[in-house]
Design a protein around this ligand. Structure first.
Ligand code: COA
Length: 209
């Protein structure tokens, strides 16, 4: 699948956590929550999966802070049948809102050799369910326009682009139509009026901005 020429940082939102798609892990795989020492697995997986960032050991603390307490209920790993972590993602807290709304889908990654087997869908299911269990009333995520497979996955879970500036609007227009036209939410991006991107958009945009 061809990547886009530019890689513009973008934001996607899901205004509620109702009617979430539910995908289970393939046979033989399992989830477990963060435990001491998983920083090493997180770094290994992110470095292998992420083609756009040069991830250093300091990133874990930068992203999740020095307190490991919340990770035990928010960060998850997918274990392969030999119980080696091959994927990770975090049902994290919002950068901006001190209260519990919305939650953040943070640092989803599957080792390249394990991609395309349904692990990402199962992990995103778990993370969205977890945010709901933890009383978040919506979710958002930050990604970038060249991550075509990720954007397609997120849109299939009902995440909508939240356009914050002209670069983002332009990036979404460039999004390859064959990948997005199946989704009513993303096809509506072609509409020139932001009000048409989101029903009740003014409320949503303010809430998520
Ligand atoms: C995004 C990512 C987590 C998806 O994980 P995954 O395990 O490959 O996803 P799944 O196997 O569950 O597939 C999800 C969808 O993507 C499609 N897909 C996965 N890999 C694909 C590929 N190489 N080419 C085309 N489609 C692909 C699947 O067919 C599926 O779509 P479908 O439901 O219509 O069949 C994974 O690609 C990844 O780690 N990417 C690199 C890191 C990254 O960019 N993370 C996102 C940061 S915001």
């Amino acid at each position: 699948m061809a990547d886009l020429k530019e890689n513009v940082g973008v934001k996607m939102v899901r205004k509620d956590l109702e009617n979430l798609p539910q995908f289970a892990l393939p046979f033989g795989y399992s989830f477990r929550a963060y435990r001491d020492g998983d920083e090493e697995h997180w770094l290994r997986i992110q470095r292998a999966a992420d083609r756009f960032n040069k991830i250093t050991p300091a990133w874990f603390d930068q992203e999740f802070g020095p307190d490991r307490g919340p990770l035990a209920e928010r960060q998850f790993y997918i274990l392969n049948p030999r119980r080696t972590p091959v994927g990770t993602g975090t049902a994290w807290l919002s950068d901006d809102c001190p209260e519990h709304w919305p939650g953040k889908i943070h640092w989803l990654a599957i080792l390249p050799e394990y991609q395309g087997r349904g692990l990402g869908k199962a992990l995103l299911t778990l993370l969205c369910n977890r945010l709901r269990e933890l009383a978040h009333h919506g979710a958002y995520l930050l990604t970038s326009s060249a991550r075509v497979i990720a954007i397609r996955l997120y849109s299939s879970f009902g995440f909508l682009p939240l356009i914050r500036n002209a670069d983002e609007a332009s990036a979404w227009k460039e999004f390859p139509l064959p990948l997005v036209l199946q989704s009513e939410s993303l096809s509506s991006l072609l509409a020139p009026d932001p009000e048409r991107y989101f029903p009740n958009s003014r409320k949503n945009v303010e809430a998520f901005s």
